[in-house]
Design a protein around this ligand. Structure first.
Ligand SMILES: NC(=O)c1ccc[n+]([C@@H]2O[C@H](COP(=O)([O-])OP(=O)(O)OC[C@H]3O[C@@H](n4cnc5c(N)ncnc54)[C@H](O)[C@@H]3O)[C@@H](O)[C@H]2O)c1
Length: 353
């Protein structure tokens, strides 16, 4: 293996900036190739990050035997085929969340990982964040006891990005698969990855993309068009695990809510923790209830630092110094949960595993 890990980035849209910026700051990385269906977008990133090779076909990028690893930053519908092709070409893969669109595809990616002997790290960036690491240490040392209930919410009141995000064919769904995946995974990971037993989910398509709204700014995908949207506006779910623990989640792209909100709270028999919006522990001592306020740099999720930690960990993994914190098996389990929520909502009944 070369002295530096030689990286190719596939997909040169919004999130590629977070990958490229973090790779550029890692002294053990050489950015050698970038690819996007949209050549102009790929060329702009190549110029900014001084990347010598530009492609519009990812297969061509993967033919470069000197590339050690790739980031997959494309629409969700291409995560599985690109990751499988990259693994078959002998590359380690950092694939953005969600792993893919369906459970069947997830199994195919997992099989490709096993066959290739390479590693696929799923882009569950919140697992790498400093506040998650702090909570994990408290939990592993038993400070919170047994976690039996978690509650996560990721509410956008006016935040359907449109474009591919609003096209089920390319995204696999709306807020559950796009933003719900982060908070569901965070809870599941910290709860010790328990086996799912049942899921009861609801999805709603009541408000549409609200393209008529004026006077309020909104992030829009590059290919936003006001008339195209077939994903859910909001969803909720109760997930019950085999160990008796449960997770309650609600998410939205749009909702008549007063403000945007992200909360992640977990409750154990010795203490509780709020990870979002700000890290805080709750416990009792000598018959008195305490709220504990950690003195740390980032009380919430710091986007830039989180991506740096995720990318640095991926590079350490490529050198064989660390194992990934978000292996393909966890991506598969997460697809079972996300698709299970959609299945339960569609059937109008609880589903069992
Ligand atoms: N971890 C996070 O916090 C986070 C945040 C945003 C997005 N994401 C994920 O990152 C991925 C990309 O999202 P985005 O916001 O950057 O979208 P985007 O639309 O800004 O960029 C996606 C890019 O992928 C390109 N693309 C699509 N299919 C391709 C293919 N087959 N080959 C080459 N290029 C292809 C598109 O042309 C586009 O430029 C999604 O899977 C999304 O879920 C993760």
């Amino acid at each position: 293996m070369s002295q530096k890990i030689r990286i190719g980035v596939i997909g040169a849209g919004s999130i590629s900036e977070s990958h490229l910026g973090a790779y550029a700051k890692n002294p053990e990385v050489e950015l050698v190739a970038i690819c996007d269906l949209n050549e102009e977008r790929a060329r702009a990133k190549a110029e900014k990050y001084n990347i010598p090779n530009v492609y519009t076909d990812y297969n061509k990028l993967l033919e470069d035997g000197s590339i050690d690893a790739v980031s997959v930053c494309t629409w969700n519908n291409s995560h599985a085929p690109i990751s499988i092709a990259a693994l078959n070409a002998g590359k380690n893969v950092l694939c953005e969340k969600p792993l893919c669109k369906t459970v069947e595809e997830a199994f195919e990616v997992e099989a490709a990982v096993k066959k290739s002997g390479k590693t696929l790290q799923v882009g569950f960036v919140r697992r790498y964040a400093s506040n998650t690491r702090i909570v994990k240490e408290f939990m592993e040392n038993g400070d919170l006891g047994e976690i039996y209930y978690a509650k996560a919410s990721c509410i956008r009141r006016f935040g359907n990005p449109g474009g591919w995000f609003a096209d089920t064919e390319r995204s696999g769904g709306g807020p559950i698969i796009d933003i719900g995946v982060h908070v569901i995974d965070l809870c599941w990971y910290l709860m010790g990855r328990p086996k799912v037993k049942t899921i009861s989910g609801n999805t709603y398509k009541k408000l549409g993309n609200r393209s008529h709204i004026q006077n309020l700014a909104q992030y829009r995908a590059a290919d936003y068009t006001p008339d195209a949207n077939n994903v859910e506006d909001m969803a909720n779910a109760l997930i019950r695990f085999e160990n008796g623990a449960s997770l309650l989640v609600d998410v939205s792209f749009t909702l008549h809510a007063k403000k945007d909100e992200i909360t992640v709270k977990m409750y154990g028999d010795k203490g509780g923790v709020e990870l979002e919006p700000e890290l805080s522990f709750i416990t009792e001592k000598y018959n008195t209830i305490l709220n504990i306020d950690p003195q740390i740099n980032n009380k919430g999720f710091d986007f830039i630092a989180g991506f740096q930690d995720e990318i640095d960990h991926f590079i350490d993994m490529c050198f064989g110094r660390k194992e990934t914190l978000s292996p393909v098996e966890d991506g598969v389990e997460m697809m079972k949960i996300l698709c299970g929520i959609y299945e339960s909502a569609e059937k109008g009944t609880e589903i069992s595993f």
